[in-house]
Design a protein around this ligand. Sequence first.
Ligand SMILES: NCC(=O)CCC(=O)O
Length: 434
Amino acid sequence: MPDLNLSTSDQLFTRAKDLMPGGVNSPVRAFRAVGGHPVFMKSAQGAWLTDVDGNRYLDFINSWGPMILGHAPQVVLDAVQHALPDSLSFGAPTRREVEMAELICEMVPSVEKVRLVNSGTEATMSAIRVARGYTGRAKILKFEGCYHGHGDSFLISAGSGALTLGTPDSPGVTQGVAQDTLTAPYNDLAATRQILEANPGQIAAMIIEPVVGNIGLVPPAEGFLQGLRELCTQHGIVFIFDEVMTGFRLARGGAQELFGVLPDLTTLGKIIGGGMPVGAYGGRRDIMDQVAPAGKVYQAGTLSGNPIATAAGLAQLRYLQEHPELYQELDRISARLADGTRQIAAELGLNYTVNRVGSMWNVFFTAQPVTDLASAKTSDLEAFGRYFRAMLHRGMYLAPSQYEAVFISTAMTDDLVDLYLTACRESMREAHGL
Ligand SMILES: NCC(=O)CCC(=O)O
């Protein structure tokens, strides 16, 4: 394994772990599942991260999705710099919020009215409250392994860090809350139908990641989303797409545009903020008009629609809207990465499963097709950990868990793909002693 000087990261982590739980401010940043400790970052430009010791890494996380234009894109930096002198927060409405709402309603097919919040977690928590207020029902249905942020109702069979750490059902969530969250296996329409039939008139909302990005990457089976849409309509259930990851990434209008299935509500985050903390939820006018002060369902925020965050988000969204061709290029370059990885694994006799939708993908360390949580769990986590460390030492910054997706930015070039493929081949061999 090539040498990597991590002495400053070592020192910072020693201080951090005394001061913050696990030394981090979000569990997915910890290296618990892969060994070692996190690398502390200093700066980034385009596709490259630089850590506090001066090591450079090709970035496959992109801040867990937001940085679709790569790091520090000029168009976003200029917008932030332009907005800065006008103050950082008003707690009063601004022109930019109106422009942002217009753009979201224009870009996301099912959204007629929208509310800006500060994170994806806030968006999903608020969306189910609105669905409950609208329907007068208590229960929600989510899918096993889907992650919808850290609201109490969603930390039941949750993916992402909760799954990585072995606590998909978090302590601290009361029995009272947990009993109102039903779960179904992803991609299993028949099981979902049975649950709905067993709970008539009780389910307010069905929430789903249209493409799951929190158990690795799992695409919906043909007809699955359409089938759910029909079930929700039939049972009077508010259908919610959590497009925090897929929104503005799989297409300008997200997964709903790509698959042609329209939810009643959509939750957004990540790309919408251009790297700043922004989330949003929106959808059908009659449902969104339940939100205060138009309606009685309460939801609020001191920093919601923050002027600097909306400046960054607007700039990134406008760029995406004006450059539809970049989605084809993201797809082409991601196909090279994912197909190349699958081919390398096959040449080594491993036949690992590589799932991809557009610029989201990952390699599961299992030869079995991965279509849901149960199949994702057949992965060889030890081998993944060895691969992760081998890649890190070759300057490839992957998510430190088998149960996360890779996000590609427009800064990824063919030359960088070649660099990646070389490192991938060496690291696969190293991970398996080949
Ligand atoms: N799958 C992980 C995320 O998307 C969120 C990142 C975080 O929890 O810090």
